[in-house]
Write a protein that binds this ligand. Structure first.
Ligand SMILES: Nc1ncnc2c1ncn2[C@@H]1O[C@H](COP(=O)(O)OP(=O)(O)OP(=O)(O)O)[C@@H](O)[C@H]1O
Ligand SMILES: Nc1ncnc2c1ncn2[C@@H]1O[C@H](COP(=O)(O)OP(=O)(O)OP(=O)(O)O)[C@@H](O)[C@H]1O
Ligand SMILES: [Mg+2]
Ligand SMILES: [Mg+2]
Lengths: 268, 268
C-alpha cells in the first residue's frame, strides 16, 4: 500500500501546510497518484489551497494534476471519549481507502495538540516536522538551558512522537522515519543560524531524527496561495514567462526536500 | 481597574507570544505595573520566555522588571461542558485579581480555537492580532477570491471576534478596540507586500479593525528568547556594548506599536 507522509508540529505557523502542498505537487508532477488528508478541522489551509487551485483551473480553462483530497470534520459528541472514538473511526476508514488507491498519502496536521493529530502520527512512515529557525520553535522539541546552551530535556512534541513510534511498532512492527526540515531560513543572521544548526544537530542524535535542508524565506512560497499554485506549476502552465532566478532556487529547495525524505522507489 | 490587552489569532505562528513579550517589557520599562496570563496551556511560550528571564536574572545577578505572571492549566473533566465551566471560573478569578492590582493585564492566546481563548477575547479592551504578511494568514480573517482579489466573506476568526464584541457589550456596555499588526514584514517582496496592504486596508473597513505598523522580520525579535531578554533590555543591563543599528530600528518598531495601541493615559 501507499507510503504515509505526515506533516506535523504542534508549534503553530512552522510551515506544515506550505510544506505539504509543495510536496503534494512535486509528487503529482512526477506522475504519482497522491491522496491527501487535512486534519486541521478549523483552518483548512490545505483544503483552501486546493480549492483555490480548482478555482484557477476552472477560471483559466487549464488542467493541473490534483490529489485525491479528503477533509474530516470534528465529532461534536459532548463526551470526550465518545468524540475521540468517532474521530478515530472516520480517520482510519479514510486512511485505509486512500492507502489502497494511491502511491503516497500525505496528512497535514493542525498546529496544536489534537487526538487525530496524535493518531495520524502513529501511522506515519515518514514524519516531516518543519521548524522556524528560532529557539522559540525549538522549545517545542526540547528545553534548552539559556545560560549554558545545553539540552535539558525533550519537550511535549518529542514525547508525543516517542509514544507514536511505540504505538506503530506495537501495531505492525513498523518504524517511523522522523525528518526535521528547517524552514524560512534567513539569508542574513549568521550567528543565530549557526547556533540553531549546532543545537538541532545535537538534538537529532539525542531524540532520533534526521535534518533536511528545508526552505529559505522566499515570498514565492506564499504568494501563489490564492490561485492554488506553487512554483512547480507556473512554468508548466506558461504563467510567468522566463523562469525567474528565485523560482529556480525555490524549485531546487523543493527537490532537495523530496530527495532528503528518501521515499521508497516507485514507478509512477 | 486595569486595561486588558489580548494578543489573539487562531492562525498559528503569527507572532502573538513575541508581540506579548515585547509589549509587556515596554510597559514595564515605562514604570507600569503589568499582569500577564498565558492561555496557551500546552506550549507555554510566554511562560517559558519569562522563566528564562528569571534564570538570567539569577545567573547574572542582575535585576529586571517582571510582570505578575499567571499560567492556567486545562480542566481535565471528561465532560466538555463541565470542563468549560471550570476553565471559566479559574480564568475569571485570575483576571479579577490582576485587574485590581495592575495598570495593564496582557493575555497571550494559543494559536487555535479554544474555549478560554474566546472567553478572554470577550474581556479585551484592546485586541491585538499579529498577521504574517501572507495571504495564507489573511485567510483566517477573510476569504479572498483568488481570481478577482475581492473579499468574499469574513472567516472563522473574524466571526469569533464579532461574537466577543457582542458579549462584551451585553455584559458591561464596553467596546473592543481591534488592532491588526502586520508582522515579519520582509524588506524585499514589494508586489506581495503592496497587495497585502491593499486587501488588509479594505478588510479593516469591512470588519472593523485598525492596522498597526507592526514589526519587520528581524532576528533580534527571536534570538534573545533563551535568555528571556528583548532588545529593550540589552542596553539597560549593559549587555551589548554600543547599540547596533538593527536594535535601534527594532526598538522604534516596538515603540511604534505601543503608540498605535492608543493606550489610556496613565501615570506609572
Ligand atoms: N519558506 C517560506 N517562505 C516564506 N513564507 C513561508 C514559508 N513557509 C511558510 N511561510 C508562511 O509562513 C506562515 C506559516 O506557514 P503555514 O501556514 O504553512 O504553517 P503551518 O505550520 O501549517 O501553520 P498552522 O500551525 O497554523 O497550521 C504562512 O503565512 C506561510 O505563507
Ligand atoms: N518580527 C519577527 N521577526 C523575526 N522572527 C519573528 C518575529 N515575530 C515572530 N517571530 C518568530 O516567528 C515564530 C512564531 O512567533 P510566535 O511564537 O511569537 O507566534 P505565536 O502566534 O505566538 O505562535 P503560536 O500560534 O504557536 O502561539 C517564532 O519562531 C518567533 O521567534
Ligand atoms: Mg497549517
Ligand atoms: Mg504563542
Amino acid at each position: 500500500p501507499a507510503t504515509v507522509l505526515v506533516f506535523g508540529n504542534e508549534k503553530g505557523g512552522s510551515g506544515k501546510s506550505t510544506g505539504s502542498m509543495h510536496v503534494i505537487v512535486a509528487l503529482l508532477r512526477l506522475g504519482f497518484k497522491v491522496g491527501s488528508i487535512d486534519l486541521d478541522m478549523r483552518q483548512w489551509t490545505l483544503t483552501r489551497y486546493l480549492s483555490n487551485r480548482a478555482g484557477t483551473m476552472k477560471n483559466d480553462g487549464i488542467s493541473m494534476p490534483m490529489p485525491v483530497h479528503v477533509f474530516l470534520s470534528r465529532s461534536d459528541k459532548p463526551n470526550r471519549q465518545e468524540a475521540e472514538a468517532e474521530d478515530r473511526q472516520r480517520f482510519e476508514a479514510v486512511l485505509k481507502k486512500l492507502r489502497s488507491e494511491c502511491d503516497f498519502v500525505l496528512i497535514d496536521c493542525p498546529g496544536t495538540d489534537t487526538y487525530v493529530g496524535r493518531l495520524a502520527t502513529g501511522y506515519a512512515d515518514k514524519l516531516v516536522t518543519p521548524l522556524n529557525d528560532s529557539f522559540v520553535d525549538l522549545d517545542m522539541l526540547a528545553n534548552v538551558d539559556g545560560q549554558t546552551g545545553e539540552i535539558i530535556k525533550p519537550s511535549v512534541y518529542s514525547e508525543m512522537v516517542w509514544e507514536a513510534r511505540k504505538q506503530k511498532a506495537a501495531r505492525d512492527g513498523g518504524t517511523l522515519d522522523w525528518i526535521v526540515m528547517r524552514n524560512r531560513l534567513s539569508s542574513l543572521a549568521a550567528r543565530n543560524k549557526q547556533e540553531m544548526e549546532r543545537v538541532v544537530g545535537l538534538l537529532a542524535k539525542r531524540i532520533g531524527f534526521r535534518v533536511a535542508p528545508g526552505f529559505s524565506e522566499r515570498v514565492i512560497f506564499r504568494e501563489l496561495f490564492l490561485r492554488g499554485l506553487t512554483m512547480l506549476d507556473v512554468f508548466e502552465i506558461g504563467d510567468s514567462g522566463k523562469p525567474q532566478l528565485s523560482h529556480v532556487a525555490a524549485r531546487q529547495e523543493v527537490r532537495g526536500l523530496l530527495n532528503s525524505l528518501q521515499l521508497p522507489n516507485r514507478i509512477p
